[in-house]
Design a protein around this ligand. Structure first.
Ligand code: NAG
Ligand code: NAG
Length: 534
């Protein structure tokens, strides 16, 4: 795992754009870039919920509490710097020697920003557009509308002007301006310079975006509660499982230890996510370490559970004692899957909250999808072989177990396919994130499905006093190895309690081949059906 997590770290370093992490959007001397008829710097994009009515009434007298109902975008320590030679063109006495505008608009208001001209969309007002739009030359074109709610008389989209004075090279923005949010929506903040001679301006400082309940961006807000509940859910599953485990600890199979490990991983992962979001909500920053830890745990969990399902499907410990040559193939597939899923998850969760470029995403989604398909194909071919083998040997209890398992997996694959289709439809029809408030469900669903599959596996392979009815037993035990010896030990200790275990050799001390052979639930025994009905 040491190697795996260092791979994950390297991916983090490669994939994280040197930039900001949501809620607190940090600007570190970023340059304005030419875009159409203006210089533009995109200062943030986030879903925000509207402030509470109470907070709007008592805006300035309200405490600093996190959950104070205030939603705002706050400018802090904002400094624009222009090159010396541009400043030197002006005399110290001149005022307004360069204009930078902060433009804040809600996604639904995007048509109110700029103006459609035959040459394309103009963001800045020029002399020939004055007549058509009534705009002020040199400024951003907006068509504000006045909020009808009454208590807020603010025109959106909002434009805040910052002006260079005299021959100053720096423009220090008015300390701490709040822009209260009065309407729930997806907000964009752009810094715009319409003056084409102001080349090479950069910006430092930050903006803080706050929701009524804390710093979590709107799109992620539901995750705090969601992961809290998921952690509790796994805790409950873990508690039930652990109780069974303790009750029947003498009869635990290797496979059940794997399941215990997966449950523990899931619990840890959910708890880490929960604390990651609580922390993010409280401080507005998301330490990379926590997120990377959660993502790594998640990738390990996904990889191990896929490998576990695959190994179970192959009949490990049930129809065959070891995996033999297949083990290295399973491990290789697992490693490849880990790298692919880790890079995708890092990209999705550790990168900036602003939209990913979709091409980069496809590039990372594809390998995961392909590897998932390989897993599914391999799992189902193995399952059908195992089922056929069990059928040939008339092992009723095991066959029944594997039928249920196959059905559960098939249902979950069908649900997954349906959900992927829904997800694609959702993304395609919502490219601008207008439905950002329900976006979290897309991701949350997978967690719930994983939890469901794990619960089914726990149910089917629950530790019981006759657990060995699922254990491997066979006549051809020539190629027995350590793993099998471990298994037979369990089998053996087990068979003591069974009335059917008439053969005294089974209860004898050392693990021996004969102990396996004489187990009641071994292959050739007709009593198998009894075990099932217990
Ligand atoms: C911003 O621009 C100024 C003038 O061009 C330059 O001196 C300064 O180093 C830049 N700041 C950063 C952080 O790049
Ligand atoms: C601005 O003008 C003053 C007075 O002429 C001069 O001393 C100063 O160096 C100038 N600053 C810049 C950045 O050119």
């Amino acid at each position: 795992m040491g190697h795996l997590s260092s791979i994950c770290w390297i991916l983090v370093l490669i994939l994280i754009p040197a930039g900001s992490q949501a809620a607190v959007h940090q600007y570190t001397g970023d340059l304005f870039r030419a875009s159409g008829d203006a210089y533009l710097y995109q200062g943030g994009r986030e879903g925000l919920f509207h402030s509470s009515y109470n907070a709007l009434l008592k805006w300035n007298s309200l405490g600093k509490g996190l959950n104070n109902g205030k939603a705002y975008i706050k400018f802090q320590h904002l400094v624009f710097t222009r090159p010396d030679y541009l400043a030197a063109e002006h005399s110290p006495q001149d005022s307004d020697t360069g204009l930078v505008e902060a433009l804040i608009f809600e996604l639904g208001d995007r048509d109110r920003v700029g103006y459609e001209t035959p040459q394309g969309r103009a963001l800045c007002c020029s002399e020939d557009l004055v007549q058509a739009t009534g705009c002020e030359p040199g400024h951003v074109i907006v068509k504000p509308h006045v909020e009808s709610e009454g208590y807020v008389d603010v025109g959106w989209p909002q434009v805040i002007d910052f002006r260079f004075q005299g021959n100053d090279t720096t423009l220090i923005a008015n300390p701490a301006i709040d822009v209260p949010i009065t309407k729930t929506g997806m907000y964009y903040l752009w810094y715009v310079i319409c003056d084409r001679s102001l080349v090479g301006v950069n910006v430092t400082g930050m903006t803080v975006w706050k929701n009524p309940f804390g710093y979590l961006p709107g799109m992620m807000a539901p995750f705090e509660t969601f992961y809290g509940f998921m952690a509790l859910g796994y805790l409950a599953l873990g508690a039930v499982w652990f109780m069974q485990y303790l009750r029947f600890w003498k009869d635990i199979l290797a496979l059940q230890n794997c399941i215990t490990a997966v449950i523990a991983l899931c619990m840890l992962e959910m708890a880490t996510w929960y604390f990651d979001f609580v922390n993010f909500n409280t401080y507005g920053v998301r330490p990379y370490a926590t997120t990377v830890w959660a993502v790594t745990l998640g990738s390990v969990r996904k990889t191990i559970s896929r490998m576990l399902i695959l190994v179970v499907s192959m009949g490990y410990g049930v129809v065959r004692p070891t995996l033999g040559g297949i083990t290295s193939k399973v491990l290789m597939l697992g490693a490849a899957y880990f790298v692919a899923t880790c890079s995708l998850d890092v990209m999705q969760n550790v990168g900036t909250i602003d939209d990913l470029t979709s091409s980069a995403r496809i590039f990372l989604v594809l390998p995961v999808a392909v590897l998932d398909a390989i897993f599914i194909l391999w799992i189902f071919t193995s399952l059908s072989k195992t089922l056929a083998q069990l059928q040939n040997r008339r092992q009723g209890a095991k066959l029944d177990l594997y039928r249920k398992f196959t059905n559960a997996l098939a249902v979950s694959v069908l649900i997954s396919i349906a959900w992927i289709a829904y997800e694609m439809w959702f993304k395609v029809t919502d490219q601008l994130n207008e439905r950002w408030q329900s976006d979290w469900i897309l991701q949350a669903f997978w967690q719930v499905l994983n939890g469901g599959i794990l619960a089914v596996i726990c149910y089917l392979w629950a530790p019981t006093h006759n657990a060995t009815r699922f254990a491997y037993g066979d006549d051809s035990v020539d190629d027995m190895d350590e793993e099998e010896v471990a298994l037979t030990k369990v089998t053996q200790a087990q068979s003591k309690d069974k009335e059917a275990a008439t053969d005294s050799k089974a209860a004898a001390g050392k693990p021996s081949k004969s102990a396996v052979k004489t187990d009641v639930f071994s292959l050739e025994d007709d009593d198998v059906e009894e075990g099932k009905t217990e």
